[in-house]
Design a protein around this ligand. Sequence first.
Ligand code: FES
Ligand SMILES: [Fe+2]
Length: 441
Amino acid sequence: MSDSINYRPITAERYISHDYMLKEREKIWARTWLVAGLVQDVEEPGDFFVFDLEPESIIVSRSETGELNAFFNVCQHRGARVLLTERGNMAAYTCPYHGWVYNNDGDLAFVPDEDRFSRGLPKDRLGLKAIRVDTWGGMVWICMDSEAPSLQDYLGPVMDLVSPFRPEDMRLVEDQTCRLECNWKAVFDNFGELYHVEHIHPQHELIFDCPTSTAEYFPYGHTRVLIDGFTVNSRLPIPEEVPATQWAQLEALGMDKDDYKGRVLDVRQDIQIKKREMGPALGYNYDLLSDEQLSDIVQYNIFPNAVLVLQPEEFWILRSRPRAGDPNKCYWDKLALRMLPDIEIKKNAKIKFPPLQNRANVSFNLDQTGDGAARPEHDEFDQEAIIAGEKTMTITLDQDIHLIRDVQRGMHSRGFGEAWLCDDESRIQHYHNTIDTFMCD
Ligand code: FES
Ligand SMILES: [Fe+2]
């Protein structure tokens, strides 16, 4: 374990205790910056979306004057939820209970039978209750704590490290939520280590080298891990031929897999060279990215509940949220965004490249299907739909989902004392040490 990580016990309580869950509402959710949604969903005046973080519900809206606001989704009359829809465009919101009307800047605009409030009706004090909102990386962030540091201070070095990927220029292509039967931290832990990858994600051995990954730790419990891509697991024999998992990507870049017989480890560097060379013809601007960033994958775990997975052409936001007032349940969101090829860059490219073909096997990178014009529908389903093979969040996430409910079951056993982490799980320790700091503060 890294010298900078202090070991502290991680017991089952934080995953199964109802009291612990209630305390998290005050100590964690109410005090941290959280990914509420996407800027692209609130680009126009009147656009809004609702971010549910049980028991809270938060409205993020773009006012008529173009200002971005966030409010608790609760009527100041008798506490009803004002908006029951996920997303849309409205100039004003009418509470479904007695018809109080709020403008999309939060002001209370109209109260039916106002003259029946003989006690008075201080409309300027009865607007929707505002909370802090900010944007970064194409994401809308909210914070319920007026005393918390700024988003910039909270994310610290993460902002500059992520910026070359230009996530704000990517468009949403998939919007899914799976209802998991586990604590929201149990699924987050799963993304805090690569120790399990060799056991449950065999396909990764033939495109990533997890054993040589590099972990880094940031203030406020954030971490990142850098993983070499377009290579193979360095603990296994090097295959003679390029694994099939990489073929489509090579083809997309005009590379012949047969050229790499007996020298599979050269693919990674050549991918970097080819992307640099072919980027403009494919409509991608790779200028801000390093060579390693062109071939590899980087994942940021943002405290307390967001995982950002970045590649030059694709960005995943994975997010866990508590569910149903039950520590054994959570929502697991996946927002997949894609850098859409830029027609202008393509037009000006000196190299002309034939259209991509045979992309059926492409799971990430250079997959130019979908034009990002129409927002995908939000699809929400139970984990059983994944287990039955009726839904997928990609093979890798599906494999994780198969496992995670049994971890939660195990946490209820009298036979479980505390987690015993290995060196490769030190990001989990860093994360839980921050949990402890917030919970005890
Ligand atoms: S609770 Fe909203 S109008 Fe009465
Ligand atoms: Fe996994």
